[in-house]
Design a protein around this ligand. Structure first.
Ligand code: SAM
Length: 326
């Protein structure tokens, strides 16, 4: 089995694929009104994505996550899941979704080979859900979570971005869901992306979030199956689920970053927070062979920076999150 290493001796084995820049929610911390959607012709086809993943798998990528925008807005997403599941070397296919369309698609996705799903959910209150996302769809998300769990898309993780003055009074209620519902709840530090409605908000640190939920009981460190990414997991006494903390701002995990991102328009991006990208779409559409693509993927790995610079107060500029793939 071939392995891929970057200039800082990190093994790269994980590819996040954004399949669309469109979303049916417009979250205050993510969505950017001023940037128009990409024309359909700029978005990679499923066949193009499959080709990139096949080449990447031959170099040592073994995990992929499908994201967006909202990936379930792309028609027949289960077809892409199936296509990727047939690629030799790919042994983990997961999805990040806002959950609004999960009820409708969970069975087909599971049958196609999807292993697990992360659902974004920042509040348990309907009016607040509308305030954060612009839409009245909390019920749909909750039923999507239920269906995904029922069909066996597990572990099912909930991603909660903690927003000062907006949902930080719900940390305890959300953490409690790890006990009452067995959810794996992950609190994510807010990253202040430029051009979003929330760009002026401060970040509440993972440490502070942890402190605030301490009243629920002692958080025992958890090293079981819940996580193999950047989250640190804990468990409340007696809980089936876990509580995770992801701290890109105050305790960056760049030293263990194992990922590349394929943007919806076919750019290979080695770091969420750095602007460098390698254009795969143009060579793909000009008939690039596997060796040429391998060379380009290697190039992206080589320019992967040692770390991001969020801690120095620099937020992501340029491309919005929905194009890059969160
Ligand atoms: N539509 C899907 C969803 O809602 O999960 C996938 C795309 S969304 C960009 C993926 C993840 O990005 C979300 O779970 C959210 O946690 C994260 N995200 C977006 N903007 C963020 C921000 N400003 N700070 C922290 N996380 C953010």
């Amino acid at each position: 089995m071939t392995s891929l290493f970057d200039s800082f001796h990190r093994q790269i084995n994980y590819l996040r694929i954004s399949v669309t820049d469109r979303c049916n929610l417009s979250c205050v911390y993510c969505s950017v009104d001023s940037v128009p959607h990409l024309p359909r012709s700029e978005i990679l086809s499923y066949e193009e994505i499959r080709y990139v993943v096949r080449v990447a798998a031959s170099m040592g990528i073994n995990k992929v996550r499908i994201t967006g925008g909202e990936p379930l807005l792309r028609s027949n997403l289960s077809e892409l899941v199936w296509m990727l599941s047939q690629i030799e070397g790919i042994d983990d296919i997961s999805l990040t979704s806002n959950g609004t369309l999960l009820s409708k698609h969970a069975v087909k996705l599971k049958e196609a080979g999807l292993k697990r799903v992360n659902v974004s959910l920042d509040t348990l209150k309907e009016d607040r859900f509308k305030r954060i996302t612009g839409m009245d769809k909390l019920g749909e998300v909750l039923s999507g979570i239920k269906t995904a769990h029922l069909v066996g898309l597990r572990p099912l993780k909930i991603n909660t971005v903690v927003l000062e003055g907006i949902n930080d009074d719900e940390l305890i209620d959300l953490a409690r869901m790890s006990t009452s519902q067995g959810w794996h709840v992950r609190f994510i530090e807010f990253m202040p992306f430029r051009m979003t409605k929330a760009e002026a908000l401060g970040t509440i640190s993972a440490r502070e979030i942890r402190e605030r939920i301490r009243s629920l009981g002692k958080l025992e460190p958890y090293t079981g199956k819940a996580g193999n990414g950047p989250a640190r997991y804990y468990r409340l006494p007696g809980a089936r689920g876990t509580i995770g903390f992801i701290s890109p701002v105050t305790e960056p995990f760049c030293h263990s970053c194992n990922r590349l991102r394929l943007t919806s328009d076919g750019q290979l991006r080695p770091c969420l927070q750095a602007e460098g990208e390698v254009n795969l779409k143009e060579p793909l559409r000009n008939g690039a062979g596997m060796d040429e693509l391998r060379h380009l993927i290697q190039q992206a790995v080589t320019i992967k920076p040692e770390r991001h610079h969020l801690t120095e107060g620099l937020a992501l500029g340029g491309r919005p999150m929905c194009q890059i793939g969160g």
